[in-house]
Design a protein around this ligand. Structure first.
Ligand code: BG6
Length: 480
């Protein structure tokens, strides 16, 4: 059966400000959390430094210099046929310390230029308000989302950008991969609770109490922002964003099946149940009790959450894992999440298990649960690419990436045929950018190669990889 994607389906790519913009201290921007992260690798966690050491290399400082090259990059996206570009706004470009009462006009003007450029190419921006970052000053003063103070500060920032861009941007997401905040490892990226910490990020210690309280603050903040958008700009569409790590019970032992159920609740459902349904789920109370979590919930918080129901559901999908209660099970990689190995799946060079069928399973599970429009707003593979010279041209033959792309598009097509209301797909890292988990450039996701390397060298020139043309073909045929 020929797979048919809906007419007007959004095809595009996804990025995050801190991973591509660079220009970290330009035009009044304040330091952001990621500016304090050094580079790492698959087995060396990124290190955090409290002060910026001018003699060390911080990969996010220059990113891939999108700040100065956005016109060229957006033109390349348009050449591939994108009609959607997911990006985030760097909070510290707008409010450098997070506590100013007036925004930084130069920062606002930059995003005006980017949105105008997208629109000129017929590309719809999809904007994440917070993608793993906040002004570093808010870490120093409040320890990130641990503090309730963050709610009003985030609200101020979000209202400001909604007011400014509501005519240019229709689709918004509040927090990137909010559900990573349910584990200590993920909370490092998602909630920025790293005050006073110096050293490898993997050694940051946060308790379940801190994680779930921080998430509560984010739910309230997200709810208030969604309500503000709905009340003031009813044409806007507000979404959540979860990191969906599908897990399977490793065996048919009922104990494994139950353990997997619990893992799915924590990892994949807890946050989206709150943001899609507007209330904490039935299983939350037992989970809090058994993990020593006592939430400080103030008057009005649950109303904010109830009013913050999102219009569409979005998620990232990279891999699946397995869950078992049996001793000695092998584990596999993932930058913020690791899990049980699945003998039926292959892994990327960074240990992420590749499972296109799992994407169809995830889409069906999510849609069965919520029945609202959905977008896959991240999917992709980090790989080592080689540049070769042929007929005086530089090329990258990345058949492995094309295979990954085609299989995942096919799985989405099946899900659409299953009846899932899928409205868009944005590949992660359509252009090479700094890895969030490892800080590497060599972990490349792009259809467009960027000449930038882990020692800081490179001239930033862009090269179309073979996958550039493969994605272009997919988009031209609307997924056929
Ligand atoms: C997602 C994040 O978890 O995965 C992105 O939203 C990130 O910011 C992407 O870049 C891929 O992960 P990594 O660690 O390979 O960059």
């Amino acid at each position: 059966m020929a797979v048919t994607f809906p007419k007007g389906f959004f095809w595009g790519g996804a990025t995050a400000a801190n991973q591509l913009e660079g220009a970290w201290d330009v035009d009044g921007r304040g330091p952001s959390v990621d500016d304090h992260f050094l580079g790492g690798s698959v087995d060396t966690p990124r290190e955090i430094t409290i002060s910026i050491d001018p003699d060390r290399f911080y990969p996010n400082h220059d990113g891939i210099d999108f700040y100065h090259r956005y016109e060229e990059d957006i033109a390349l996206f348009a050449e591939m046929g994108f009609n959607m570009f997911r990006m985030s706004i760097a909070w510290s470009r707008i409010f450098p310390t997070g506590e100013e009462t007036e925004p930084n006009e130069a920062g606002l003007a930059f995003y005006d230029r980017v949105f105008d450029c997208c629109r000129a190419h017929g590309i719809e921006p999809l904007v994440t308000l917070s993608h793993y970052e906040m002004p570093y000053a808010l870490v120093e003063k409040y320890n990130g989302w641990e503090s309730r103070e963050l709610i009003v500060l985030f609200e101020r920032y979000a209202r400001c950008v909604l007011d400014r861009y509501h005519e240019k941007v229709t689709y918004w997401l509040t927090f990137n991969e909010i559900n990573l905040g349910t584990s200590a490892a993920g909370a490092l990226f998602e909630t920025s609770m790293i005050r006073g910490f110096e050293g490898p990020g993997s050694e940051v210690v946060v308790t379940p109490q801190q994680c779930y309280q921080a998430l509560h603050h984010q739910f309230v903040a997200s709810g208030r922002v969604v309500r503000y958008a709905h009340e003031n700009y009813p044409e806007l569409k507000m979404g959540n964003m979860d990191c969906f790590i599908l897990t399977y019970a490793a065996t048919c032992d009922p104990a494994d099946v139950w353990a997997n159920e619990l893992e799915m609740n924590r990892m994949n459902w807890y946050c989206s149940d709150v943001q899609v349904r507007g209330a904490y789920p039935f299983y939350a109370r037992r989970y809090w009790r058994e993990n020593g979590i006592e939430l400080d919930v103030r008057d009005g918080d649950l109303d904010d959450i109830a009013d913050g129901k999102v219009d569409f559901y979005t998620f990232s999908y990279y891999m699946s894992n397995t869950v078992t209660t049996h001793e000695g099970a092998e584990t596999t990689g993932g930058n913020m999440v690791s899990g049980g190995k699945n003998p039926y799946l292959e892994s990327t060079d960074w240990g992420w298990q590749v499972d296109p069928t799992g994407l169809r399973v995830a889409l069906n599970q999510i849609y069965a649960r919520y029945q609202i429009p959905m977008m896959v707003v991240e999917n992709g593979m980090g790989a080592l690419d080689e540049v070769v010279e042929e007929d005086g041209e530089k090329r990258v033959h990345d058949q492995y990436r094309i295979d990954y792309l085609e299989k995942h598009v096919a799985a989405m097509g099946e899900a659409v045929a299953d009846g899932v209301d899928l409205i868009g797909y944005t590949w992660w890292g359509p252009i090479d950018l700094v890895s969030a988990g490892t800080g590497e450039m060599r972990k490349r996701y792009g259809f467009i190669y960027v000449d930038k390397h882990d020692d800081g060298t490179g001239d930033y020139s862009r090269i179309r990889k073979d996958s550039f043309y493969a994605y272009q073909k997919i988009i031209r045929s609307n997924g056929l």
